[in-house]
Design a protein. Structure first.
Lengths: 392, 246
């Protein structure tokens, strides 16, 4: 891929709403991404390989457990810092952001929020440093948007429980050391279990052949009579509330991340259309090009303001899951539209790996589906404003 | 080893440069500012490497108003121990060097590092002036710096090769590319920077010795003319009669 020339997009001077430390964090992650990830990301995506060598760097940049307190070896930063880090990672690639989202919001967050003090101390410092990577097992082959119907279950065997079932579409599964698995007990109540690699009967086959998130590893979690010690059960949550609160945290990060992907598409298209000449002038001088660029920037700016406000609400612990759904849904669709328009502006070059457009576009096809599909998020908003459930 | 690193605030390299007040002042509206790369990437990082190898401390000094604190915090996030800010606009090189020298006399630093120039005004003057004011030796534009037994060995690129020289501490050295490799602050560094001391010092009385008459932008690039390779005489004709350069 060509040299990463990305410049921030800030049409409404939203930087003035950020603290000096927010900007230092954002700029440091941006510099790190340009130095360490941009030069390798295209090849990783083409070869469908997750670049495990960047894990220590991601940890150093505070991407794992960003908002979890320092006492557990985590950065202890605020929610806007977390969002900005996700934005900068996804500006490069949604797969890299996915790895960080899963580690921080889906694996570390439940241990911090629902775990015992012993569990927090055992897992969080090693996960913050990237020594132990985590994954999150909720989705099953037959249960995606309907996680309450999950079939994975466990039985009490005295000192341990016996876990059986399978999870699918699990980011980080192939290399994760720790899996947060949601399964039903004998009474059909959903509980969270910390399953560790090496437990007998636990395997994580990789899923191959993806056309999206190719620089991120995806796999299955298979549990065949896995003996999980009872001290590995998250003690402080029962029911769907557990996994759904993790998803709220991850979706919040995705709302920021999608802006990153959109900014990269816009920035690439703006630079390209100013340089590319047809009919004797730069194609940026044509009205149809300007319409696309102007609309992309307008939508990015709206998303930035919406998401900054969501960050403020989250810092004040006032953000609702429905607000997060609205931001995730809006921003991912916005980013996908930016990617498609940018692809069109780059013409044939838009499909080439020399530019990041097609990679972003294919990545975002996953992002618009995972962590709550585009349709489900609409129904969450619908339910929130009408009080009526249209899921079933 | 007690090291002082002087840092400047400069516009980001992608900034659009415009002027105001009759082209006498740089227009700073909507400009993103950064730490001068020669100060940050080379002078500061080499100072940190020396400290990591042999112990000691690395202090930052900056002449500027409180709005410049973010660049000082960045230097602290990269790893400096503490910082001083002289609370005054840096009027010119002499004024700035005068303020830094006044502080350095009090603190008895072993080594003072500056970038070889700022990337905005390209003055390259502070290091030499500072050395003169402090009556210290000065080595400019060093691309390698080693310390052994209180002696400093520095390498400078010169026309056709390298110059390697040895000078006694304390001294002033200006840093160029290759002296060190850029370090990006990590989250631990950014968090640690919150509580590192940043002491604000009042400026000493000093008059600036220069003032800006006017800034001018480079003229727009002219159109490019292509000459048929079969007719090189046309090139001579244009250079002689149109450009009037030969």
């Amino acid at each position: 891929m060509a040299i990463d020339q990305f410049q921030g997009v800030d049409y409404f001077l939203i930087d003035e709403l950020l603290s000096d430390e927010h900007k230092l964090i954002r700029n440091s992650v941006r510099d790190w991404v340009k130095k360490e990830v941009s030069p390798i990301i295209e090849e990783c995506a083409q070869k469908a390989v997750f670049p495990e060598q960047i894990i220590p760097g991601l940890a150093g940049m505070g991407a794992f457990g960003t908002f979890i307190p320092e006492v557990y070896g985590c950065p202890g930063l605020d929610q806007i810092s977390y969002g900005l880090i996700m934005q900068e990672l996804e500006r490069c690639d949604s797969g890299i952001r996915s790895t960080a989202s899963v580690q921080g919001s889906l694996a570390m967050f439940p241990i911090y929020t629902f775990g015992s003090e012993e569990q927090r101390k055992k897992y969080l410092p090693k996960m913050a440093s990237g020594e132990w990577m985590g994954c999150f097992g909720l989705t099953e082959p037959n249960h995606g948007s309907d996680p309450g119907g999950m079939e994975t279950h466990f039985e009490d065997q005295g000192d341990y429980v016996l876990l059986n079932g399978a999870k699918m579409w699990i980011s980080n599964a192939p290399f994760a050391r720790v899996a947060i698995v949601w399964a039903k007990d004998e009474n059909g109540i959903i509980r969270g279990l910390i399953v560790e690699r090496g437990m007998e009967g636990f395997s994580t086959p990789e899923m191959h052949g993806k056309w999206s998130l190719r620089a991120s590893a995806t796999g299955e979690l298979i549990f065949n009579n896995v003996k999980v010690p009872k001290e590995n059960i998250l003690p402080n949550v029962k029911g769907l509330k557990g996994p759904l609160s993790c998803l709220s945290s991850a979706r919040y990060g995705i709302a920021w991340g999608a802006i990153g992907a959109a900014m990269d598409c816009y920035d690439t298209a703006l630079r390209y259309t100013r340089e590319r000449k047809q009919f004797g002038k730069a194609i940026a001088a044509f009205q149809l090009s300007q319409k696309k660029l102007a609309e992309m920037l307008t939508e990015i700016t709206k998303a930035q303001l919406l998401t900054w406000r969501l960050g403020v609400l989250k810092n004040e612990q006032k953000a609702t899951p429905a607000q997060i759904s609205m931001a995730k849904r809006n921003n991912v669709e916005m980013a996908l539209n930016c990617a498609r328009n940018a692809r069109q502006l780059l013409g044939a070059m838009g499909i080439m790996g020399d530019y990041p457009i097609m990679r972003h576009m294919m990545n975002l096809e996953s992002v618009i589906t995972y962590e709550g599909t585009h349709e489900i998020h609409l129904l969450i908003t619908g339910k929130d404003i009408t009080g009526l459930n249209a899921f079933v | 080893m007690k090291i002082l690193v002087c840092i400047s605030k400069v516009p980001d390299t992608t900034s659009k440069i415009t002027f105001k007040d009759g082209d006498t002042k740089f227009k700073t509206d909507n400009i993103q500012f950064i730490v001068n790369p020669y100060d940050e990437w080379y002078a500061l990082v080499r100072a940190l490497e020396l400290k990591e190898a042999a112990g000691g401390s690395v202090s930052i000094i900056h002449v500027g108003p409180a709005e410049n604190d973010p660049i000082i915090r960045k230097a602290l996030a990269i790893g400096a121990d503490n910082a001083f800010r002289i609370n005054a606009e840096a009027k010119d090189a002499y004024y700035t060097a005068f303020q830094i020298a006044a502080h350095a006399r009090e603190e008895a630093y072993d080594l003072i590092l500056v970038g070889k120039e700022t990337i905005d005004f390209n003055g390259s003057a502070i290091g030499g002036m500072l050395a003169q004011m402090l009556e210290m030796p000065f080595e400019s534009m060093c691309s390698n710096l080693q310390i052994d037994d209180n002696k400093l060995t520095v390498e400078r690129e010169i026309e056709g090769g390298k110059e390697i020289s040895e000078i006694n501490l304390p001294c002033v050295v200006s840093a160029k590319k290759d002296l060190a490799e850029q370090r990006i602050p990590n989250m631990r560094g950014i968090m640690a920077a919150r509580t590192k001391p940043l002491q604000v010092l009042e400026a000493q009385d000093c008059e600036a010795l220069t003032h800006i008459e006017k800034f001018e932008r480079l003229p727009e690039k002219g159109a490019c003319k292509y000459i048929d390779a079969e007719h090189p005489e046309e090139l001579l004709n244009l250079l002689h009669n149109e450009a009037k350069v030969i």
